[in-house]
Design a protein around this ligand. Structure first.
Ligand code: EPZ
Length: 420
């Protein structure tokens, strides 16, 4: 296994470009199953999760080739409707092949994704949605087995105890586009990645309206055709790079970031005093002598995203004063707290809350990555800590960040990959 080694204390300087959005690419690739014609997805980041989704498409019998940031998929002769446990258990997002398989073939068998380190990760809203389209759903041996003689449009409310669900909205949308009649999803997820999927489906010939709002309407069509599509930039990577500049008191331009996708994060950063300005095609982060502590509560889009909570906690760990974080999406998403405390942070967890007493400095230490965003938080802490930080199990970072160390090296960071 590999580790990342960081010598902290260097203010980052220069320009870096954001890659395509992981959480958009994964459902887009699944949506290619809805047609037997060729689809070409552009601006695809080279990530472990993308490779896993490509393996799943191939395991179903589709052809999928990835080169130079483009994935070409042709789901002409599918040989199976079963997404296997071995693959699905490695990446929860694989569950979003359920909707397209049901939409196109009226049946699917997809392994329950199981939980992961950030939470239980239930699929009850996915099941509720496809049942509203007339599908019969059974749980057999750890698999969700669905079948629908006639898939017909239906009305549903997809809000759960923790608000809307991104992938449940995606799954239902992908089943409904080929259902007979009209579907209305209330309390749909509004994330930009859901909008990207709806726009891709419409380019394939679907009839979807209201994407980006809590009410999405879908008029079923008989057939979808192949198309080309460019993925939106990754707002979470963009936010992580903005924080890398802010935490090191650097001066960087983050090119390709869509400001409107980061409104809640940028608003919070401006409250704490980070200087961010619009520049041609991106955002410029300027150094500021001292920052103020801010409180953060994670909620569904357009509020502060749970996927930026860990990274923001690293910044608050070195901002003198007290901040209170409340995690409303995944109440256990605090694996980064113990590791940040190993670096000298002073964070106390209380249920879905974390109280951070910011300090002047962190000190480098050997730490362990546990999940994608926690590993990003440890990278940020390592960039500002005094001395050397070694982050083991760095494969977690590679799931969602394309060449992160190369991007940071370009900005002057002293970071490199090594054998564990
Ligand atoms: C997507 O996961 C993202 N993943 C996650 O990003 C992100 O954290 C999450 O949305 C929330 O924004 C991808 O898009 C591939 P949810 P998803 O269904 O769709 C509960 C990352 O770091 N829920 O929106 O699986 C659930 O437990 C990853 O890039 C139900 O109760 O998340 C959670 O508390 C991590 N029942 C809340 O809803 C369900 O049927 C939001 O989950 C489904 C979800």
């Amino acid at each position: 296994m590999e580790k990342l080694v960081i010598e902290g204390g260097i203010p980052l300087k220069g320009t870096v470009t954001v890659s395509g959005a992981k959480n958009s690419v994964l459902p887009l690739l699944a949506a290619c199953l809805l047609t037997n014609e060729r689809c070409r997805i552009k601006n695809v980041p080279n990530l472990r999760d993308v490779s896993t989704m490509i393996k799943i498409l191939r395991s179903l019998g589709a052809s999928a080739e990835f080169s130079n940031g483009e994935v070409t998929v042709e789901a002409k002769n599918l040989k199976s409707h079963t997404a296997d446990y071995k693959l699905v258990s490695t990446m929860r997002a694989s569950f979003c092949v359920l909707g397209p398989l049901l939409g196109r073939f009226r049946k699917a068998k997809v392994s329950l994704p199981g939980g992961c380190i950030i939470g239980v990760r239930p699929v009850d809203l996915h099941i509720k949605g496809i049942q509203a389209l007339g599908a019969k759903v059974d749980i057999q041996g750890g698999y969700v087995v669905v079948e629908a003689k006639h898939l017909s449009g239906g009305n549903m409310y997809l809000g759960g105890a923790f608000g809307s669900s991104v992938l449940a909205t995606d799954n239902v949308m992908m089943a409904a586009v080929l259902a007979k009649g009209k579907t209305v999803i209330e309390s749909a997820a509004c994330e930009p990645e859901v909008v990207d999927l709806a726009n891709f489906l419409n380019k394939m010939g679907a009839k979807i309206r209201g994407q980006g709002t809590p009410c999405i309407e879908i008029e079923g069509v008989r057939h979808l055709h192949g198309t080309d599509y460019q993925v939106i930039p990754d707002r979470i990577e963009a936010g992580t790079l903005v924080l890398a500049a802010a935490i090191t008191k650097g001066d960087c331009v983050i090119k390709g970031a869509f400001k409107e996708h980061l409104a809640a994060v940028l608003d919070k950063l401006s409250d704490c005093g980070v200087r961010i300005e619009d520049v041609d095609g991106g955002l410029r982060v300027r150094p500021r002598k001292s920052l103020k502590p801010v409180n953060v509560t994670t909620l569904p889009y357009p509020c502060f995203p749970t996927d930026m909570q860990a990274q923001m906690m690293s910044l608050m760990s070195v901002t003198p004063g007290v901040s209170v974080f409340t995690e409303k999406i995944y109440p256990d998403r605090f694996m980064h707290v113990a590791e940040l405390n190993r670096m000298g942070a002073n964070i106390m967890r209380e249920g879905p809350h974390a109280i951070i007493e910011g300090k002047k400095l962190l000190s480098g230490a050997p730490v362990m990555a546990s999940d994608l965003r926690a590993s990003a938080a440890l990278v940020l802490a390592g960039l500002v800590a005094k001395g050397r930080t070694e982050i083991s199990r760095i494969y977690h970072l590679d799931r969602g960040y394309e060449n992160m160390e190369l991007k940071l090296q370009k900005l002057g960071a002293r970071v490199w990959r090594d054998r564990e």
